[in-house]
Write a protein that binds this ligand. Structure first.
Ligand code: ADP
Length: 351
């Protein structure tokens, strides 16, 4: 008989069958959502506005109570906790907000210490924690500044320090970089990634920007209308997006807008034939030239590479290429179908 081996439970957050409707007959914010976030990973939830991301992330610390389903955090059934136990559990879950939510009349140090004050820590212990955390977020020297004296990026660093002051093992980020410019966004994302390593954090973030997912997430779930419609390793989702919504998100980031001037220079199709432009994603710097020449030969069409580049996610390369295919419409479509059967993601773009 085989032994049943129980492996160490490395799941940090389990959401199972979550449903939430804010009003009788109103829209369903969460429609049977299940997710597992592993300990130590950075998990992203991406979706358009109204998809249910914010409602979902807020169920983790029960800022939002689901109508039904289970929320398990570090092995604890959150919905079974009484008020005192829930307060205690929440100290293990830090949260960062889009608009920082800082007290304008408190200094940086006072903002960071605020949750510790609520938790009843002595002033000596609060000071110790603040001195410990400020250098980790790059705010040494700013302890006595007021929020109005800080840049957006610095304000979010305060928000992160405050979230980490109670030494949580889970960090929830609710559109943490959406109010920041692109350069500051990258700085804050790299900070979060570094803190994950240094403090052994599990990070769950929500965003409407696939660029955030590409920059730091290990896995991603795509939400639409209260449901998770696609989920996987970031590399897999980027190179082989299955749902149309996901494809749109992915193409926003690696999308390859072919300049109008380039399109204008492309030869016109012969009379009665089609010219189709397509963006092709492929994992690894494989022999795309072979795909192009095989498609040309086997389908009796002309396929030209308009542009191409190799991008990288978490150190793994993948290619993005724009192709122009000329020939009878049915042959061109058959060639695209054949490329898809090889595992390439082929998306037609306007020609
Ligand atoms: P996202 O974060 O993806 O933008 P939300 O979770 O905020 O989506 O919203 C999901 C749906 O739930 C939307 O239809 C939204 O209007 C609704 N909703 C969210 N919060 C509330 C609330 N407090 N009261 C009523 N409806 C809400």
């Amino acid at each position: 008989m085989r032994d049943i081996v129980h492996s160490f439970d490395v799941t940090a957050i389990t959401l199972a069958g979550l449903r939430k409707r804010f009003a009788e007959g109103g829209t369903v914010a969460l429609d049977d959502v299940s997710l597992e976030v592993k300990s130590g990973e950075i998990f992203g939830i991406v979706g358009r506005s109204g998809a249910g991301k914010s409602t979902l992330i807020r169920t983790v610390n029960l800022l939002e109570r689901p109508d039904s389903g289970r929320v398990t955090v570090l092995g604890q059934d959150m919905l079974a906790l009484d008020d005192a136990a829930l307060r205690e559990a929440r100290r293990g879950i830090g949260m960062v907000f889009q608009h920082f939510n800082l007290h304008s009349r408190r200094t940086v140090a006072e903002n960071v210490a605020f949750p510790l004050e609520i938790a009843g820590l002595s002033s000596a212990e609060r000071r110790r924690r603040v001195e410990e955390i400020l250098p980790l977020v790059g705010l040494e020297g700013k302890r006595d500044a007021y929020p109005a004296q800080l840049s957006g990026g610095q304000k979010q660093r305060v928000g992160i320090a405050r979230a980490l002051a109670s030494r949580p093992s889970i960090l929830l980020c609710d559109e943490a970089t959406s109010a920041l410019d692109p350069e500051t966004t990258q700085e804050i994302l790299q900070l979060i990634r570094g803190l994950r390593e240094r403090l052994d954090l599990t990070v769950l973030l929500i965003t409407h920007e696939m660029g955030v997912v590409k920059a730091i997430c290990d896995r991603v779930a795509v939400m639409e209308a209260g449901r998770v419609i696609e989920e996987g390793r970031v590399f897999d989702v980027f190179t082989r997006p299955e749902q149309p919504v996901t494809r749109r998100f992915v193409s926003e980031v690696i999308g390859h807008a072919v300049p109008a001037a380039t399109i204008a220079r492309l030869p016109a199709p012969r009379a009665g034939e089609a010219r189709r432009l397509a963006q092709v994603l492929f994992a690894g710097p494989n022999s795309t030239r072979a795909v192009v020449s095989e498609a040309s030969r086997d389908f009796g069409i002309d396929v030209n590479i308009v542009s191409g580049r190799v991008d990288e996610i978490a150190g793994e390369p993948f290619g993005v290429m724009a192709l122009a295919a000329y020939g009878p419409e049915d042959k061109v479509q058959a060639a695209f179908t054949w490329m898809r059967s090889l595992g390439l993601t082929v998306t037609e773009i306007a020609a």
